[in-house]
Unconditional design. Structure first.
Lengths: 113, 113
């Protein structure tokens, strides 16, 4: 069964304290691994797509990496405005699955000033 | 460029009533998705349209839910009759192609009392 698990569920950091969020997945064939950011009362906001093991993408203080079993979202020197829930999702590579996303439960990140 | 628009943003209805949610995707996006997040759970896929055709409706919980996308533009999701367990946040997303990222609307928070 396709599954994605995110850890930790919640993370509190001090401003400037770097850390990483984990996304472990089990899927028979991966079309893409997606990271989204969600603020309270808003819809998920797209951050990155990773397609193959070894791929990395960066955007400001965020860097996403992908292996065959997991993805990491590294946050370097975070600021309070980085506080949000970070969601990991994958799109299976099976034709019968189309392009629908399977989401993890998310990691709620709080960055204190 | 306008993003994905959903309305209403909130809806409170009584058990047994009917509610219709609307989604306007990004112009030119053939792929339109409905997702739902119930309290304390992850975002789950409901269905996927390609233009006006239902590509995958395997996530629809039961026959009380009816989605349409007439003309391949906006989509509606009707719940009739609504039950208490239908409460949650309903998200719509659209994408240009199957491989690319999906852009989400702000969601409709449905409360059935």
């Amino acid at each position: 069964e396709d599954q994605v698990t995110q850890s930790p569920e919640a993370l509190r950091l001090q401003e400037g304290e770097s850390s990483s969020l984990n996304c472990s997945y089990t899927v028979s064939g991966l079309r893409g691994l997606f990271w989204y950011r969600q603020d309270p009362g808003k819809g998920p906001e797209f951050l990155f797509t990773l397609y193959s093991a070894g791929e990395e993408k960066e955007k400001e203080r965020l860097k996403a990496t992908l292996t065959k079993k997991e993805s990491f979202l590294h946050i370097t020197a975070p600021k309070p405005e980085d506080s949000a829930t970070y969601l990991c999702a994958f799109s299976p590579g099976r034709e019968t699955s189309g392009s629908r996303l399977t989401f993890g439960e998310g990691t709620q990140l709080t960055v204190n000033p | 460029e306008a993003g994905v628009t959903q309305f209403p943003s909130h809806s409170v209805i009584e058990k047994g009533q009917t509610v219709t949610l609307r989604c306007d995707p990004i112009s030119g996006h053939d792929n339109l998705y409905w997702y739902r997040r119930v309290m304390g759970k992850e975002i789950k896929f409901l269905l996927h349209f390609v233009k006006e055709s239902k590509q995958d409706e395997s996530g629809m919980p039961n026959n009380r839910f009816l989605a349409e996308r007439t003309g391949g533009t906006y989509s509606t999701l009707k719940v009739q009759p609504a039950e208490l367990e239908d409460s949650g946040v309903y998200f719509c997303a659209s994408s240009q192609d199957l491989r690319g990222e999906a852009f989400f609307g702000q969601g409709t928070r449905l409360t059935v009392v």
